[in-house]
Design a protein around this ligand. Structure first.
Ligand code: HAM
Length: 419
């Protein structure tokens, strides 16, 4: 058999096709997550997939910049595909400074990263997320994290944990150890703490210029603890930071059971724009972060010239769907109408239109299959009722309706169906 070679029959590396069953699962997830965001007063936005490269590259961090799909258009403009929605939304705000703040927006959108594809890591994927723009209050931090928890629950995640950190806490720790100038190496090392053995993580820090002693202290302080314990650690690092954190924890406690959270200094996040609280969500035994976010109080100023505090989160929708086991939704056909001869066609179409008006999905046989093949076909595609209109039935003014689930057949007057 000729035709395209197999490689060209498959989607481009790191991307996927969405067959109807998977697409319906995706749409269900979209409905569930959107309705949570709507309940919290967030409104949906969308932006172009293509962005000015300069906008994308401004504060992404080198690792993410390397992952941007970059190209020039025919007029020579430097463009790129968006790698998240936070950056495009920051751009939208920069020319909409008169919007009443805080702005509460959410999205369910495709983003692109030229990442190394593997299970759970794609080059084209969906993000559901929210951005709360124009508030520096710790209540805003608590609101966004509560909304993340509510989204995971609505999606069917019963077991999940949100690991929380604050970049300012890490910076204070580095300052106290005289290691602030090696911040990048420490962040890179902490980011790998859950994945690599101790020695390797410490090695990343020391080869970045951090002393062995400081690297070990950083590694050990960056262990997991409760949020209450974290308040004490933060108080010791910096009184004001500790007080602000205590407030945030109090607000969060009012909204979500505390066992959902862990304080974890190894959560520093890959994107460069974060300035304060950062967090990542893990669901059940799924090994990759399903969502992440944090505060980015300096990003909007880069685009608008005005300092506007903000925070948000994004969930990787494909990962969440896999973690909660929602990957396919069947949508059977309601009615398949089979006619035995051409004269019945107009009755079949009239009946189909009637049923469609009532909201049912209906297919009329195209005249290429015999009854045996039709039976096989309707079972394969998933069908509730097979309607048979034969000459004898038409003379009697009835049709046969076969319930393919119950395997029962009844005769119904056509006039009753059409009226
Ligand atoms: P992020 O952590 O880069 O954050 O991405 C958010 C989520 O997208 C991740 O937790 C993960 O589930 C999913 N994700 C990331 N990369 C991939 C990939 N290659 N394939 C599949 N899923 C992936 C952000 O994008 C920030 N904009 C979140 C945010 C919003 N921060 C503040 N506001």
């Amino acid at each position: 058999m000729t035709g395209l070679p197999d490689q060209l029959r498959r989607p481009v590396r790191g991307m996927r096709d969405w067959m109807p069953q998977q697409l319906y699962a995706l749409r269900r997830m979209e409905e569930v997550l959107s309705s949570v965001a709507e309940q919290y007063g967030y409104r949906r936005v969308e932006t172009p997939v293509v962005e000015h490269f300069e906008v994308l590259a401004k504060k992404a961090g080198q690792e993410v910049i390397n992952e941007i799909y970059y190209f020039r258009d025919k007029a020579g403009r430097e463009l790129g595909l968006r790698f998240d929605m936070t950056v495009p939304i920051a751009r939208v705000l920069s020319y909409n400074l008169d919007l009443p703040r805080p702005v509460r927006w959410y999205y369910f959108s495709k983003v692109f990263r030229y990442d190394e594809p593997q299970h759970g890591r794609y080059r084209e994927f969906f993000q559901f997320g929210v951005e709360l723009i124009g508030s520096a209050s710790p209540r805003a931090d608590a609101e966004v994290i509560q909304l993340l928890a509510a989204s995971l629950e609505a999606a069917g995640a019963s077991k999940y944990v949100i690991r929380i950190n604050d970049r300012r806490a890490v910076d204070k720790l580095l300052e106290s150890l005289g290691a602030l100038s090696h911040r990048d190496a420490v962040y890179r090392a902490l980011d790998k703490k859950l994945k690599l053995p101790r020695e390797e993580v410490i090695g990343i820090m020391t080869s970045g210029g951090v002393s062995r002693d400081a690297a070990e202290k950083i590694y050990d302080t960056a262990s997991e603890m409760s949020l209450d314990e974290a308040v004490e650690v933060l108080r010791r690092l910096d009184g004001r930071l500790g007080e602000a954190y205590a407030k945030f924890v109090k607000y969060l406690e009012a909204a979500v059971p505390m066992e959902r959270f862990k304080f974890d200094m190894s959560i520093v996040r890959g994107l460069d724009y974060y300035t304060g609280v950062v967090f990542e969500a893990f669901v059940g035994d799924y090994w990759l972060a399903v969502g992440g976010g944090g505060r980015y109080d300096d990003l909007l100023e880069l685009y608008s010239g005005v300092k506007i505090p903000a925070l948000g989160f994004a969930i990787g929708v494909e990962r969440l769907m896999e973690a909660v086991g929602l990957q396919s939704v069947e949508k059977p056909l309601d009615y398949y109408i089979y006619i035995f001869d051409d004269d019945a066609y107009k009755h079949a179409v009239a009946l189909a239109n009637r049923l469609r008006k009532q909201g049912h999905s209906v297919v009329v046989e195209l005249g290429e299959k015999n009854l045996k093949d039709v039976f096989e076909y309707v079972l394969k595609i998933g069908t509730r009722y097979l309607v048979l209109i034969g000459r004898k039935e038409l003379e009697k003014g009835v049709v046969k309706i076969r319930d393919l689930q119950k395997r029962e057949e009844v005769e119904v007057p056509l006039s009753a169906l059409l009226s």
